[in-house]
Design a protein around this ligand. Structure first.
Ligand code: C2E
Ligand code: CA
Ligand code: CA
Ligand code: CA
Length: 278
């Protein structure tokens, strides 16, 4: 009876039906995958003035049949289905536990860890207590944790957003504005938010040496960060020339394939030891 029903639908719109069942299957797989420990955090080093000072945590999903599924594929679906809430909470907890481990190793104790926060996750009423509970359970310092938010997220319910950010700031938690320059926030509005860092989007870094507009945008973000008293970091740095351009323009903090793609925790920790001692 079930397959007959499916065939009926297929008769009306085969492509849409295929897409719907593929998404439904992926959603089921994701739910099971979370329960079975198939999600993992990878770490991409962030360099500041020639030293690794932290990392960005990036989700990886090791699907038992399909291998690694890219976050570009599953994050949007997780957002729509609401699964981003348990997944995001898991990522936050895992990140805090990693920070607590680092705090016990002299070579790693000063590192910060940036975690991506989805709009839906941030706008839950329990978001602030969730972050504080994750820190407390792990025994991690708020001042080592950075939350990466996107402009879109910050546009909804400004007062509530500022209140949440301010509370977490009082525990030392930092806020980095991800993908900066790709959204629509006004400067007047930006100024009101208790951010600690702007992140120059990789779309501007990519052609920074050849496209005068991208170069101008990169310089402008650096100037803006300076005048607002914020840190600035560039993402997607792939070449020495891009890194040098950014440094000449007073952006000394960066991450990208030039040093490393996101890697497992143990590899990242070894990289920090090797890179920072020399
Ligand atoms: P994002 O936050 O903008 O992360 C940067 C992406 O650029 C990552 O892709 C990273 O692997 C990639 N990347 C890093 N360096 C370079 C480089 O030099 N060149 C190029 N071309 N790419 C580089 P990834 O890991 O596939 O993540 C994609 C997106 O998925 C992230 O974009 C973020 O929006 C989302 N995401 C990942 N983990 C999480 C998470 O834990 N929670 C939430 N809500 N979103 C996440
Ligand atoms: Ca990010
Ligand atoms: Ca980004
Ligand atoms: Ca992005």
């Amino acid at each position: 009876a079930k397959s007959a029903g499916r065939d009926t639908l297929r008769f009306y719109d085969p492509q849409m039906q295929a897409a719907v069942s593929e998404r439904a299957a992926l959603e089921l797989d994701m739910r099971a995958g979370l329960a079975q420990g198939q999600f993992e955090l990878y770490y991409q080093p962030q360099v500041d003035n020639g030293r690794i000072t932290g990392a960005e945590a990036l989700l990886r999903w090791r699907h038992p049949r399909d291998g690694f599924v890219s976050p570009a594929q599953f994050i949007p679906l997780a957002e729509e289905s609401g699964l981003i809430l348990p997944i995001g909470e898991w990522a936050l907890q895992a990140a805090c536990e990693r920070l607590a481990l680092w705090a016990q190793r002299p070579a790693l104790a000063g590192l910060t860890l940036a975690v991506n926060v989805s709009p839906r996750q941030f706008h839950q009423s329990c978001f602030v207590p969730q972050v504080l509970a994750a820190l407390a359970r792990a025994g991690a310092e708020g001042s080592r944790l950075k939350l990466e938010m996107t402009e879109g997220l910050l546009l909804a319910d400004v007062e509530d957003t500022i209140a949440k950010m301010s509370t977490l700031r009082s525990y030392g938690v930092g806020f980095s504005l991800d993908d900066f320059g790709t959204g629509y926030s006004s400067l007047a509005y930006l100024k009101r938010l208790p951010l600690t860092q702007l992140k120059i989007d990789q779309s501007f870094v990519r052609d920074v040496l050849t496209d005068p507009n991208d170069a101008a945008i990169a310089r402008t973000v650096v100037a803006l960060a300076n005048s607002l008293g914020l840190d600035v970091i560039a993402e997607g740095v792939e070449t020495e020339e891009q890194r040098a351009f950014l440094a000449r323009n007073h952006c000394h903090s960066w991450q990208g394939y030039l040093l490393s793609k996101p890697i497992p925790a143990a590899d990242f920790e070894q990289l920090v030891r090797d890179y920072n001692q020399g």
